[in-house]
Design a protein around this ligand. Structure first.
Ligand SMILES: *Cc1c(COP(=O)(O)O)cnc(C)c1O
Length: 335
């Protein structure tokens, strides 16, 4: 791999699907491309939740740095295979909130659609990494069941497209879905939870923004970046296009040991996200999902971090630190 292949700008804008196909799936190949040495015994080459890193994201990893904050989010390591007490396959009670195939109804007023199991990046802390997508995503004809549930539940006024990542669907499929949702009169807002504008910014095509601006509801797009280093020119452009299409942009992050559990890094993330057009939404405490224990930040440390953020940031740049507790009717504020 030469360095020009790592430059996102060298990849044609219309080919986000090609970029998905050329994503790194072999940890050693990624490390070789970046000139990073990691003890081979510590790598997990055939992880059950395989590595997936688009080249556009790999281009933002600092060559030669084994502690790079992006690399740590995506590199499968042997520690994932050590089981830890309190870490579960479904830490947030998704299965209990399942109403029909592909639809989670956990909080009043909001229904969440598992539009697909696929994502462009496999974050090692992903709370849905053990989710049974093969049976549970809202594929093909099954979407009718989910739409029926929404149509017959008048208290639902917001639909959240989630996954996997909803922007892994073609714009045609998204259009079919929102055309159906548009027939449900009590929907007032659409929310899209996606990491693609960050990890694969070329997904934000003109076709996608035309679809967004044609929707009959106010649209909120919640992106997901954990570190200021995840932002670059192409990400700025992608977010600017989403904003131009009328979406309100928010960013959510997960507090991750060794990645962003530091006041300077968090301040930089919130300020950089703002420059790119996204206000902070949630800062999630790690969901205790099997395999992710190495990312846990102790509770005592969180208090100090939140204090620092409140001291140093404008009020609107302070994220809400929350945790998800199965069975609770909202995401619970931590501090
Ligand atoms: C997080 C989540 C939501 C959205 O919650 P907000 O607090 O409104 O962001 C909705 N449904 C499910 C199943 C969720 O996990």
């Amino acid at each position: 791999m030469n360095s020009s292949q790592l430059k996102p700008s060298s990849v044609s804008q219309s080919h986000w699907r090609d970029q998905l196909r050329s994503a790194y799936s072999d940890p050693q190949a990624l490390l070789d491309a970046l000139g990073i040495r990691v003890d081979e015994a510590k790598l997990l080459s055939h992880a059950p939740f395989p590595m997936r890193v688009p080249q556009a994201l790999a281009a933002r990893i600092q060559p030669g740095n084994p502690n790079d904050p992006i690399l740590k989010q995506v590199l499968p390591v042997d520690l994932e295979q050590t089981s830890q007490p309190g870490y579960l396959d479904d830490p947030v009670g998704d299965q209990a909130s399942r109403q029909t195939r592909g639809l989670l109804h956990k909080y009043r007023g909001r229904a969440l659609l598992i539009t697909t199991g696929a994502c462009a990046v496999h974050c090692r802390y992903c709370f849905r990494q053990h989710f049974p997508y093969a049976q549970e995503h809202m594929g093909g004809s099954y979407s009718e069941q989910a739409i029926d549930y929404i149509a017959t539940t008048p208290s639902i006024n917001e639909v959240i497209l989630s996954g996997g990542d909803p922007l892994m669907l073609s714009t045609e499929r998204l259009t079919q879905l929102t055309d159906r949702l548009a027939q449900v009169p009590h929907i007032e807002r659409l929310r899209i939870h996606t990491r693609l504008p960050i990890v694969l910014p070329d997904r934000v095509t003109d076709h996608l923004t035309q679809w967004l601006s044609s929707l009959p509801w106010p649209v909120v797009v919640v992106v997901h970046a954990n570190h200021a280093q995840e932002f670059d020119g192409p990400v700025d452009q992608a977010l600017a296009k989403l904003k131009q299409a009328g979406a309100l942009l928010l960013n959510q992050a997960v507090l991750l040991k060794g990645i962003n559990d530091d006041a300077d890094q968090l301040v930089a993330l919130m300020e950089r996200g703002f420059l790119s057009g996204a206000l902070p939404y949630y800062l999630h405490r790690l969901d205790k999902v099997t395999g992710a224990a190495r990312f846990e930040v102790p509770e005592e440390k969180m208090a100090g971090l939140m204090h620092e953020l409140r001291v140093r940031l404008s009020g609107y740049l302070v994220p809400k630190l929350v945790t998800e507790i199965a069975g609770q009717p909202y995401k619970v504020p931590v501090l």
